[in-house]
Design a protein around this ligand. Structure first.
Ligand code: OAD
Length: 246
């Protein structure tokens, strides 16, 4: 039976060699909605339109309207919360080796985490689909103010975010690096993910099969709860600082 005993989990973290694996739940307390669940993005926006490469190629203005009205302002306003900060502190204290994240908001890096593997890319970076010129967030925002879809200032090609749409491959090497980290750690710490999107969701299983202990901090149950030694059904921003304190 998994336990919710925080002091046992603290001891495991104190031993080090921890790899953290995060999802949208870690940024929920920064004001960025999760994807699933009652207030999730996918309850308001159809992922077949907003998150699919096939739809983006058919009508990129659809995604860019969402970016202009929703994703861009959220990114601008969001600041790392105590969960992001706790994970960065644990890395600084050499307890956490790396953060593998499915998030595209860049908040782990803003919090100070150095070794971050972004499995689904970043919504703070963009490039031209024709000449591949790179754009940062303010540049993309300026471009979408001028035209939707936004156009490359060099060649007139259409800009796209450096995120992984459904129907696309993950960034080269990212999942291999994540699985290697999972195999080498002693404790695999999942924070704020429903663990339903593959191949990312395979990482905790890879870790356990290689002999790591698994801890899950998530408000709702996940499909791999039965593999975990510790399960804490509380908000990440409340639990992680408690672990640091102890
Ligand atoms: P989900 O929205 O699927 O799951 C978020 C999880 O976080 C849920 O299980 C919630 O219970 C939990 N949660 C919510 N608030 C929390 C909090 N404050 N503290 C702790 N847990 C909390 O998000 P992901 O698992 O990240 O993919 O979704 C995986 C992928 O699906 C995303 O990367 C994205 C999406 O479609 C792509 O865009 C490719």
């Amino acid at each position: 039976m998994p336990s919710d005993d925080l002091s046992g989990l603290c001891e495991a973290i104190a031993k080090g060699n921890v790899v953290a694996f995060t999802g949208a739940g870690v940024s929920e307390e920064s004001g960025i909605p999760t994807y699933r669940g009652t207030d999730g993005f996918w309850t308001k926006y159809d992922p077949d339109k907003y998150a699919s490469i096939a739809y983006f190629e058919k009508d990129p203005s659809y995604y860019w309207s969402f970016f202009k009205d929703t994703r861009g302002p959220l990114l601008h306003d969001a600041k790392p919360n105590s969960a992001h900060i706790a994970l960065a502190e644990l890395e600084e204290k050499s307890k956490v080796n790396a953060v593998i994240t499915q998030n595209i908001d860049g908040l782990h890096q803003v919090a100070g985490s150095q070794n971050v593997i972004e499995l689904h890319g970043s919504s703070r970076a963009f490039h031209c689909m024709k000449c591949r010129k790179g754009y940062n967030l303010p540049e993309a925002e300026e471009a979408v103010e001028k035209a939707n879809p936004p156009i490359c200032t060099d060649c007139g090609g259409i800009l796209r975010p450096d995120i992984v749409f459904f129907g696309e491959m993950l960034p080269p090497g990212a999942i291999e690096k994540a699985f290697d980290l999972a195999r080498q750690c002693s404790l695999f710490l999942v924070v704020g993910s429903s663990l339903v999107v593959y191949p990312a969701a395979q990482a905790p299983v890879v870790a356990v099969e290689a002999g790591a202990e698994l801890a899950i901090i998530n408000v709702d149950p996940t499909p791999v709860d039965h593999l975990a030694k510790w399960i804490v059904h509380e908000k990440a921003g409340e639990v992680l600082p408690k672990l640091i304190e102890e």
